[in-house]
Design a protein around this ligand. Sequence first.
Ligand SMILES: [Zn+2]
Length: 309
Amino acid sequence: MTLQQSQPQVDETKRRKAEAALRQVESLMQEIRRREESLHPSGPGQEHRVWTGIVRYVNADLSIDAKAYPNLLTVLYELTPGPELTEFRLSELGKNDDFFYLSELSGARKRDLISLASHYQKALKNLLLWLCQPKSHPEIRLEALKFLEVNAHGEDWRIDYNEDPIASLGDFDEDKGPFLYFVKEVRFASIMTPVCKFIFKYVDDPPKRLPIRICKRLGCDKLMLPERIGRKEYCSPKCCALDHRPAHKENKDYMWLYRLSKIKSGGTLRRRLKGDPDAMKRLRQIETRWKDEPKFTEKTKEIRARVRI
Ligand SMILES: [Zn+2]
């Protein structure tokens, strides 16, 4: 869904929010145009700023969150060293061989930014989801890797031989060297090229864990960027509270027991429990927590009897 579309089934409040967001995009973009000069990537904190921007973009509800667009554009500026010499190909919207510069996205081609942001949000989220939890999401592995590979590959650059910055310097001290040897022109296959190049470089050499975490509440899937690794488990106090509701705990405990009881082989079940102190601890916790609930006590008794522990 994009800002342009207001589907009939979207309720009135949401539509009003979307319209307000669209008006807000304009003023946010003006702000970006004012800051354009200072948006070039520079110095310390760049990596953190990029991750923060990526997380905000991926988490945003694009139909009502106007800030998501300038936010994405800021990430692109951070990742594009020479924005005035870098063209982006626009092939996603059926306009093959159309090119634009980043500066156009905050002005004449704002609509393209809006369309591209919603075009790529899901695929980028899946890539990050898989990189954070590859074991939990084997089903998106191939799709995520292809997205990463295709986009990270999408850089094409050439040196413009007609431009000679050394000649135009005139008289300079050769021992100190020129500050510019040549003019490099870059073409990115899409706005995801600099983003995927950044992610690829981060995880490839040397391979390291992303600074991003996924909210622990099942089905939330929001990304987080904890200030310190291992501190934050939930994206919001709301998710934390939802996950600790008694009913939720009960469901989780019951599912855990149920899955154990479905293990057909006694040997496997025994190894699953006896080989894992955490599993034994959890079994005992469940027995204490639900000692007055027959649906739990029956299952735990049955499991213990099967593995004779
Ligand atoms: Zn959450």
